[in-house]
Write a protein that binds this ligand. Structure first.
Ligand SMILES: [Zn+2]
Length: 448
């Protein structure tokens, strides 16, 4: 593993829920499979695939055959699953049923989490930032605090001289400020956890949650970080991953806005790297419609950045934009706004992508790219148009992550090798291009 060692041993983008491998699920289920409530998995699998699996029978077969291989078709999401989100969720639910049983019924959370952390340590990783999400209730946040405390304690327990696990709390996009306040409460109650709790994350469905809806949260976060630099929390933000609800311009803008708000790393940003023609070809009429309020946000953005966009060779007619703004402002913001694409518009979107990539480069905002995840969930239709090619051609700081290594059966090392195979750079050039992802870690600006 001497080639690209830094990139292969520093993982900045994994979700704990997606870390359990088929082998882990075999071991965790082998003695309790007939007590696990499988209904979530069985029902969603039947809906997505049309057949109703029998998990206890699968385990009996796996035990007879001596391993997790038997479980793989039910818990590993592969290329053959066809980029269908319902199928992805169905296979994820296998893991969730086992996870919940160990967490809520057996009350053996530590063993469950130690297994995940230990696997990464044994794979030779040196630094990992894990993320996880819990249900949030602003009226009674004790469960939220307990869940994330248990996670963070697993990181404290798993640390070794040559292995440093860290933790990011995934905040619900619909209640960023409220849940963030509870995270600060957690840190006040247990200040020792600040060593491992280094950041916050936004993940899961992004559609319907524009970055600007987190502006009050970011304002508060920046104030708190200035007041408490030793407990500084940085934000990693999934954006521009799945964005069929809006125009390509808006999807590009969302990535820019998340960076402008102060996220230090952006997850996926497919919208900045996938060629617009390939993006449109994914679905009939893709990205032609968005809400009127989204169009208005785009007009505000274009007026604000008019000069910089013109500097890129784009035509920005401010008078026409203001007239459109006046016209649309009188309408119901939720009403759909439709604009078909032309070749000229696609060319303009490429300029917008390059503009935002340069802005991220200037601000030092990192893009986390997850090759297998992007290809399997269907956002990226083929290797040849993977956004990583555009990212590599730019100077944007770039980190490679596995996202859900258990669910996709992809180790970080393999993800980096994928970029080496497909990215058009030899190992030495890629190593130089990627630099050391450790320098992109959350909490890196804390005083030492
Ligand atoms: Zn992710």
């Amino acid at each position: 593993m001497s080639e690209l060692l830094s990139a292969k041993t520093c993982e900045l983008h994994v979700h704990i829920g997606g870390c359990l491998t088929a082998e882990d699920l075999f071991e965790l289920g082998r003695e309790v499979y007939d007590q696990i409530d499988w209904s979530l998995f069985v029902n969603s699998f039947e809906n997505a695939y049309g057949t109703r699996p029998d998990p206890p029978a699968l385990y009996r077969q796996a035990l007879a055959e001596g391993g997790g291989q038997t479980l793989r078709p039910y818990c590993v999401y592969g290329r053959e699953d066809g980029g269908d989100f319902a199928r992805f969720q169905a296979k994820f639910n296998f893991s969730i049923c086992v996870f919940r049983h160990w967490w809520h019924v057996l009350d053996r959370q530590d063993e469950l989490l130690d297994r995940i952390v230990e696997r990464h340590r044994n794979e030779g990783l040196r630094y990992v930032e894990y993320r996880a999400m819990a249900p949030f209730d602003a009226e009674d946040a004790d469960d939220f605090i307990d869940f994330h405390t248990t996670m963070a304690r697993a990181m404290v327990r798993g640390a070794r001289a040559d292995f440093h696990p860290r933790y990011l709390i995934s905040l619900p996009r619909w209640q960023p400020l409220e849940s963030y306040r509870v995270v600060r409460r957690l840190l006040e109650q247990q200040p020792d956890l600040a060593d491992v709790l280094v950041g916050l994350d936004f993940c899961h469905f992004e559609e319907g949650y524009p970055p600007e809806s987190t502006s009050a949260f970011f304002e508060r976060l920046h104030r708190d970080n200035a007041d408490r630099p030793a407990q500084r929390l940085d934000v990693a933000y999934h954006v521009g991953e799945v964005y069929f609800d809006k125009s390509l311009e808006s999807a590009v803008r969302w990535c820019h806005e998340a960076a402008e708000l102060g996220a230090v790393r952006l997850g996926h940003c497919t919208a900045l790297g996938l060629d617009p023609a390939a993006a449109l070809a994914r679905r009939e009429g893709a990205h032609e419609c968005e809400s009127t309020s989204e169009r208005l946000a785009q007009i505000r953005y274009d007026l604000h950045h008019a000069e910089a966009l013109r500097g890129r060779g784009m035509v920005v007619d401010c008078d026409a934009l203001r007239a459109e703004q006046d016209d649309l402002s009188a309408r119901d913001g939720s009403k759909p706004y439709r604009r078909p694409y032309s070749e000229a518009r696609l060319e303009e979107i490429r300029l917008r992508q390059a503009f935002v990539l340069d802005c991220l480069t200037q601000s030092g905002t990192v893009i986390e790219t997850c090759p297998t995840s992007n290809l399997r969930i269907g956002a990226v239709p083929a290797e040849s148009v993977h956004p990583v090619h555009n990212f590599l051609a730019s100077d944007v700081p770039l980190a490679i992550g596995a996202d859900d290594p258990g669910l996709f059966d992809c180790r970080l090392e393999e993800e980096v090798d994928w970029v080496l195979r497909h990215g058009g750079l030899d190992a030495k050039s890629l190593e130089q291009r990627l630099a050391d992802p450790y320098s992109f870690r959350c909490g890196r600006e804390r005083p030492v």
